[in-house]
Design a protein around this ligand. Sequence first.
Ligand code: AMP
Ligand code: MG
Length: 350
Amino acid sequence: MNTQILKVDPKHPEIEKIRIAADILKNGGLVAFPTETVYGLGGNAEDSGASKAIYAAKGRPSDNPLIVHICDYSQLEHISKNLPPEAKKLSDAFWPGPMTLIVNKNEVIPHETTGGLDTVAVRFPSHPVANALIRESGCMIAAPSANTSGRPSPTKAEHVIHDLNGKIDAIIDGGPVQIGLESTIVDLTEEVPTILRPGYINKQMLESVVGEVKVDPGILGTENVHVRPKAPGMRYKHYAPKGDLKIVSGEDDKVIAKINELAREGAEAGKKVGIIATEETKGLYHNGTVISIGDRTDEYQIAHNLFDVLRRMDEIGAEVIYSEEFSTPKIGNAIMNRLLKAAAHQVIEV
Ligand code: AMP
Ligand code: MG
């Protein structure tokens, strides 16, 4: 299949290009497009054939449901039933934006889109390109991240081209995304709203709107690896670079010393070593290829660069990768959730 690349202005997307992509969606085809979180791989959410094609293009297990992207709150009401009052409160506060709500579905969205579940994940994105595409197509757009299943999520059009060129109808290139981590998923089908996947909208922000919020015990980190996460997508090995990634955790100077020791051993064993460091620490390593994830004091920059850095480790052919830890104040949970999954929870404490 020939994949059309449509380059657009991310802030003011050219309507004639959006129309080309919208027509593809109306006809059951697939289009990758930028959102404020990561690039999505979209198809008409009401078309079970389009959803099946999304799973096929990504190589995604068919029990891992897709997120339905909308451009108006009324569409949430249209596809759900028994909406709790928190839906309106949270969407008033955070939509359009990087938050996905899980609600009970009615018959409008087919089970192919929801991985067989009777609940549906819904998000109203803020990115002008995503918005224009949903409006112009007249479709609600089912879209998981536009990567090959298991690979780091795409934060640039180049990442999507690398994974999906030749497998889908079109890719809208709107440049790098803003946030770089997938949306916060909040389950509203339980008594208390529950975070199934951490993201830019953190627990405190949600609690300031609806009071008590829980976190799915299945995603709480190393001590809970045996609890099954509720979001099917959080159960798979994910975001992984090809090399063996380990996180080194502890006080800064001990971490640097340990990574230097491990990197030297790796180099001596003839291994290609990659190191994930920060602007502040990148000059302190003596072996391996050091890639800076950004400024340690700017957690949004770290989030923005994370998946790109993991992909760059593949490009340099890193066989063993050592990363510093990034437990930052506001979105550190979200960053470390992705990094821990990429490392299959291998943490070296020093
Ligand atoms: P992606 O868009 O690739 O980040 O994947 C969507 C994420 O949303 C996956 O982790 C899914 O498992 C999760 N998800 C989608 N629909 C539901 C649902 N109805 N219940 C729980 N998790 C969901
Ligand atoms: Mg994904």
